[in-house]
Ligand binder design. Structure first.
Ligand SMILES: Cc1cc2nc3c(=O)[nH]c(=O)nc-3n(C[C@H](O)[C@H](O)[C@H](O)COP(=O)(O)OP(=O)(O)OC[C@H]3O[C@@H](n4cnc5c(N)ncnc54)[C@H](O)[C@@H]3O)c2cc1C
Length: 239
């Protein structure tokens, strides 16, 4: 399906969203992803002209597909996307994926995100809030610095206006930031989880991010005796 670029937004340091208008009506569930193919690469890329990205928009936001990614100079694909003019047309194929939060599943859910792994959770949280669902969600979101927290303002506002949505950030390198950081410090470990989640026995646990981050958090949940049957993961391979 043809997708027309209608908007670009800077979300955090080095991280941008791209908004695409599909030629036809699209249907997807919060957490699913699409394949995006560029008609040509302006810069060479050994991985080619196609990537899969989670749809960071929510189905409640209308007939628009948004993806959010870290722009790295080393990626010919991303450099090309970043330089596309508004109105450019690319190919999209989807939706795909089973990392989906069902509207009927009221939780409690613990979402654990590392870096760009926030994208499916932004879609799920926005969907829950827009539909005024009472789904109980606690997001624990880890980044290196406060400047890298993607969707920070929006997540803070949504958690303030919806009592069923709790958002906690943690930052592993506050010393590298110009901002004074008063929040949680360090990677996601057993202590942080015990502090933020009073009853670890009940929830479904969702983890999303680059593979090493997922492996690390799975090991932490294992130490807390959380059975693997209650843990869902989405690995952003390629990072
Ligand atoms: C189901 C699924 C959903 C996904 N959803 C998203 C999404 O929503 N957003 C998203 O951004 N990605 C997502 N991804 C990952 C995405 O498909 C790409 O693989 C990823 O973004 C990397 O793309 P890239 O190689 O073009 O770019 P880059 O990450 O820019 O990598 C370019 C080069 O730099 C190297 N590199 C990367 N990171 C570092 C680093 N920290 N230090 C040194 N070198 C590095 C890489 O090995 C590569 O050679 C998803 C993957 C899956 C499987």
């Amino acid at each position: 399906m043809k997708l027309k670029l209608v908007k670009k937004d800077l979300e955090a340091v080095g991280t941008k969203s791209f908004f695409w208008e599909p030629e036809n009506q699209v249907s997807y569930l919060p957490g699913q992803y699409y394949y995006f193919t560029l008609p040509e690469l302006k810069y060479p890329d050994p991985r080619g002209a196609t990537r899969h990205f989670t749809i960071s928009s929510s189905p409640t936001e209308g007939n628009i597909l948004r993806f959010t990614t870290k722009i790295r100079e080393e990626s010919g694909f991303k450099k090309t996307v970043d330089e596309l003019e508004i109105g450019s047309v690319i190919e999209g194929e989807g939706p795909n994926g089973t990392f989906i939060l069902d509207d009927k599943d009221m939780g409690p859910h613990i979402f654990i995100a590392g870096g760009i792994g926030i994208t499916p959770f932004r879609s799920m949280i926005k969907n829950v809030c827009d539909k005024n669902l009472m789904t109980e969600i606690c997001l624990i979101y880890s980044n290196s610095t406060p400047e890298e927290i993607t969707f920070r303002k929006e997540l803070e506002v949504l958690s303030l206006s919806h009592k069923n949505i709790k958002v906690d950030f943690t930052v592993s390198h506050p010393e590298e930031s110009a901002e004074k950081w008063d929040g949680n410090i360090g990677r996601i470990d057993e202590n942080l989880i015990k502090n933020l989640v009073p009853d670890i026995a009940k929830p479904t646990w969702w983890i999303c991010g680059p593979p090493p981050m997922i492996d690390g958090v799975e090991a932490v949940l294992g130490k807390l005796n959380i059975s693997t049957g209650r843990v869902k993961t989405e690995k952003f391979t390629g990072y």
